[in-house]
Design a protein around this ligand. Sequence first.
Ligand code: IMP
Ligand code: MG
Length: 184
Amino acid sequence: MRRVRLFDKTFKTFIPYEDIEKAIDKVAEKINADFSGCQDIPVLLCVLNGSILFTAELMKRLTFDCEIVSTKLSSYSGTASTGKVRQVMGLTADITGRRVIIVEDIVDSGNTIVELRKILADKGAAESYVCTMLLKPDACRKDISLDYVAMEIPNDFIVGFGLDYNEIGRNLKDIYVLDQEDGQ
Ligand code: IMP
Ligand code: MG
């Protein structure tokens, strides 16, 4: 087991890169099965910053023509959700009439997805789907439908592979979980 120190906290290895890759392979296969042969050009909506690595890994596995659009939302402070979702950067392109696949790093409370779906409906998307790399069980309490989930994890705070602790740790190749023994 490897440990990393980020600011005042210690994290330990949780999901190795090889397992992340395999999970992305599987979820990409499902999306390809659903979208291959489509006549439109679906949009992959990369939700910055967290899903930047996931979007890149997912996109290179997709076999149909698709376009990338980004937006930036923020709801986390430290290791917990503030409960308020702010759109800090709007959509980088017009998605009117388009089918949009929201690509998220993780769905926790589900607030971000609820907000995103509202934004997309407002902007006139034809259809929206959700593809998330990770799902925490708490999200299940909300009435949100997730179309593609690569991995489910317990309700612990994690970093790496795009996910951060106060903006650092996104560059870690594996996913790490907060080390409880650290006592902080
Ligand atoms: P939700 O709105 O509560 O579903 O939270 C979604 C957002 O919170 C994600 O897109 C992440 O950016 C962030 N987030 C949720 N859980 C974690 C975590 O364990 N580590 C880092 N960021 C997280
Ligand atoms: Mg995110």
